[in-house]
Design a protein around this ligand. Structure first.
Ligand SMILES: Nc1ncnc2c1ncn2[C@@H]1O[C@H](COP(=O)(O)OP(=O)(O)OP(=O)(O)O)[C@@H](O)[C@H]1O
Length: 328
């Protein structure tokens, strides 16, 4: 099963530029979480801080008792082996075949025999639908295939925590839908804790168990998906509806006068509210149930009385027995 990641009071700056402050959240073990946020709000910096590649000046990131901010480099290095990382562009070596790219972490970090490496690589290539493309070079395949290859490479060391940085960037809507399904299928197969950074509203609406959003150097919220998806907080509602009207501007923030003018111009359209909730994706037929589902259900039902009413209603509806009644 995946491992819980506890982020506690994390603050990161570059020189005088504060990126975000006092970020506190827990990625529940084996569940899928998404971090949203406008461009430049520090989502990638957040991922790099979790694996200890960047050093926040305050706070902790606890994984199995190791603090990825303050523990010794040796402990951080060891703990990093629990991670699988999928970068925006797949980060593949251009002169290596897909097979060799995916085999790379195994050859670097383990002493496995070539026959064992071949077995693992082929298994992972099968999981992401790349069998038959072993000898292709990254430059000879589509962006979607490169992403899947990056994902296969992230999986070869059996990670317990998977971080995906904008897995949808550069993909068309159909490929993005396939990728969303692939992420859920992976979670069903390996039960790893997953954090996906994305701008993509379809991924946000259909993939995660939990969702958060970074804006104006703060974590706006983090919790069960229904909290964000039913939120009427202006910044969240604007982001989720993809509107120009709202606190998020081209250069991130707007002034109060512009906002007031927009509100007047928008009138009742602004009161349209969040878009309807769609059900979370389920694993493809033939795959096991996601083990996270039952754990999450217990966790979320135990926190119901602390959640906003709209989220409570949405959760109760999603957990209601088919014939109606109250969720248990
Ligand atoms: N190593 C670095 N040194 C200095 N500034 C940095 C460094 N890395 C990132 N930044 C700054 O941190 C801010 C946040 O960058 P980051 O890439 O995390 O944003 P993001 O939310 O992932 O954006 P996008 O969605 O556009 O990818 C940016 O202003 C960026 O210039």
């Amino acid at each position: 099963m995946g491992i819980e990641v506890v982020v506690d009071g994390l603050t990161k700056s570059f020189g005088k530029q504060n990126i975000w402050q006092d970020v506190t959240l827990t990625l529940p073990a084996g569940e899928v979480s998404v971090m949203l946020g406008p461009s430049g709000t520090g989502k990638t910096v957040f991922l790099k801080s979790i694996i200890g590649l960047l050093k926040p000046e305050r706070g902790r990131v606890l994984i199995n008792g190791v603090d990825m901010v303050n523990s010794s480099e040796r402990d951080i290095y060891e703990t990093r082996k629990l991670f699988g990382l999928m970068f925006q562009d797949g980060a593949l070596f251009g002169s290596m075949s897909l097979f060799d790219n995916i085999a790379f972490p195994l050859r670097e970090h383990t002493r496995k025999k070539e026959s064992e490496i071949r077995r693992i690589v082929m298994e992972r290539m099968d999981m992401v639908g790349l069998v038959g493309a072993e000898e292709k070079l990254p430059g000879e395949i589509s962006g979607g295939m490169r992403k899947r290859a990056g994902l296969a490479r992230a999986l070869v060391l059996d990670p317990q925590i998977i971080l995906c940085d904008e897995p949808d960037s550069g993909l068309d809507p159909v490929r993005t839908a396939y990728l969303s399904q692939l992420l859920i299928d992976l979670n069903a197969q390996i039960d790893a804790t997953m954090l996906i950074v994305t701008h993509n509203l379809d991924i946000a609406a259909t993939v995660p168990d939990n969702m958060g959003m970074l804006f104006r150097r703060n974590l706006v919220t983090f919790g069960p998906r229904e909290v964000l998806l039913t939120s009427e907080e202006p910044v969240v509602a604007q982001f989720l509806s993809g509107r120009r009207e709202g606190p998020i501007g081209m250069s991130e923030e707007k002034d109060a006068a512009t906002l007031a003018m927009e509100q007047r111009a928008l009138g009742s359209a602004a009161a349209a509210g969040p878009r309807p909730l769609v059900p979370q994706l389920e694993p493809s037929p033939g795959l096991p149930e996601r083990r996270a589902v039952q754990r999450r259900r217990r966790r979320v039902l135990a926190m119901m009385d602390r959640l906003p009413e709209a989220a409570r209603t949405a959760i109760a509806r999603s957990y209601a027995p088919a014939g109606g009644g109250v969720p248990r």
